[in-house]
Design a protein around this ligand. Structure first.
Ligand code: ATP
Length: 237
């Protein structure tokens, strides 16, 4: 099976700081691939490199066989790769509805946009109830739902999720992981960056462990959950 997204020897740097040092990673259609690791390992930078927000300095990013490396971020969104940034980045002074509308800004298919909005509201009923309220008044978990909902409004083929569980209360963490799995089961491919290694590995078909900008382990999520190095370094028992 060929990969929907394939990183080959990908390098991403901030000036002289090499944050991602030649990684290979594959995401297959319809699957969740997790990228886990400690603070500063290079997980966010990998996503930023894929979405073009930080220009990769070397290697290759193939999406459905097409090279993304030289494309501008908005072209990458148009191709169907949409990132939900760490810290959510919703616009607090706009309403929930206006934030969702922004997600569809590259689209002109009005009827399908309306259908997608209903789908997002069915995934997140709280957003429908609060549609006319300011996004800044939502709780942290609700803001994460809005950020995911806004990304879905771009009709992505791949969703890049950066630490969706960060800063959320335990029950909300469970809810967010349940929703991620549910969205994936509708056919959407997901690249999930997480520090919550246990939950991420539980829902990922394939997973990679990143340390200091390099992939040090890769396997199925289930196998990595039982890997002694992963247990010792990330699962705390
Ligand atoms: P976290 O969970 O803390 O976000 P991460 O695994 O996502 O960790 P990155 O944010 O990708 O890690 O950071 C990788 C490396 O790049 C770190 O050494 C970090 O200090 C550095 N870095 C990140 N952003 C910048 C930047 N804008 N300028 C310079 N260095 C940066």
């Amino acid at each position: 099976m060929s990969a929907l997204l394939a990183l080959k020897k990908l390098h991403v740097a901030y000036g002289h700081v090499q944050a991602v040092k030649g990684i290979d990673l594959e995401l297959h259609a319809g699957q969740i691939t997790a990228l886990v690791g400690a603070n500063g390992a290079g997980k966010s930078t990998t996503l930023l490199g894929i979405s073009g927000l930080v220009k990769a300095s070397g290697g290759s990013i193939l999406f459905d066989g097409d090279e993304l490396l030289s494309l501008a971020p908005h072209h990458i969104v148009q191709k169907g790769i949409v990132q939900v940034a760490e810290g959510r980045a919703i616009l607090g002074t706009l309403t929930v509805q206006e934030n969702l509308d922004l997600g569809a800004y590259t689209r002109s298919d009005k009827a399908q946009i309306a259908t997608d909005l209903e789908w997002v509201f069915s995934l997140f009923p709280v957003l429908k109830n609060r549609a006319n309220g300011l996004a800044g008044n939502l709780s942290g978990g609700e803001q994460q739902m809005l950020a995911i909902g806004r990304a879905l409004m771009a009709r992505p083929k791949i969703l890049l999720l950066d630490e969706p569980s960060m800063g959320l209360a335990p029950l909300m963490v469970q809810e967010i992981f349940r929703i991620i799995k549910h969205i994936n089961q509708t056919g959407l491919s997901i690249l999930l960056v997480e520090q919550n290694v246990k939950q991420a590995l539980k829902i990922a078909e394939r997973a990679y462990v990143l340390e200091n900008g390099e992939i040090v382990l890769q396997d199925s999520g289930a196998n990595l959950l039982n890997n002694s190095k992963v247990i010792a370094a990330y699962l705390g028992t």
